[in-house]
Design a binder for this molecule. Sequence first.
Ligand code: ATP
Length: 241
Amino acid sequence: MANDQPILQLKDVHTYYGNIHALKGVSIAIPKGGIACLIGANGAGKSTTLMTIFGIQPATSGKIFYEGRAIHTLQPEDVAALGVAQSPEGRQIFPTMSVRENLEMGAYLRKDKNEIAKDMEWVITLFPRLKERISQLGGTLSGGEQQMLAIARALMQKPTLLLLDEPSLGLAPKLVEVIFETIQQINQDSGTTIFLVEQNANMALGISDIGYVMETGKIVLTDKSAVLLESEQVKKAYLGE
Ligand code: ATP
């Protein structure tokens, strides 16, 4: 029987940084097994949404449910232990550790050694550039390679839900395409639900099933991504048409 319960649900979430009201009543429901995206301009509150889900910047009010369980009071490590992984904006890989050590760090919560080795093989097959640089220090990688490493490290956690913050940021167009194709492949290979935050609305809507549009801390529009791609409002504001 189909399970229609969303894997992740935000209900009227408000988040503040001191006096700054960054999220103003955000409600989001992400179906299990697909790709959902959150698009919006610089400063709209996209990164804050991910940080609030993960417990880094906790909600001031409202509720967040992961697989039906309330998580809005949990610490990030407890959210991670439930099966949520994040690849943060700005990558935040460990610069003085090798690529292999960075990937091993991603699996630090896991005990299934054989499975970890298999997943290591899988992620370096997904990102062959990482295989070539497996012994190199993280800090010596290019921006695109660091982005790949951040995503691959999150995958080593074997998440059920993967949160990706602006994976295309600062990358050359060719590499952006590679990253988005790989995101789709991750979803297809492993069934991992992906919640993608992006300023690149065209690419994000192109690979996702559903989309949310955020403006100054509020969700202003949500629909199937294919519908949003054709929406005059989205075209004008986010697709440069
Ligand atoms: P970007 O694409 O630039 O990352 P965003 O949509 O992810 O933008 P957020 O980074 O979530 O937006 O920012 C939302 C609002 O919260 C903005 O007004 C921003 O200035 C503010 N903000 C973000 N981080 C902090 C912080 N650490 N302290 C104070 N205000 C913050």
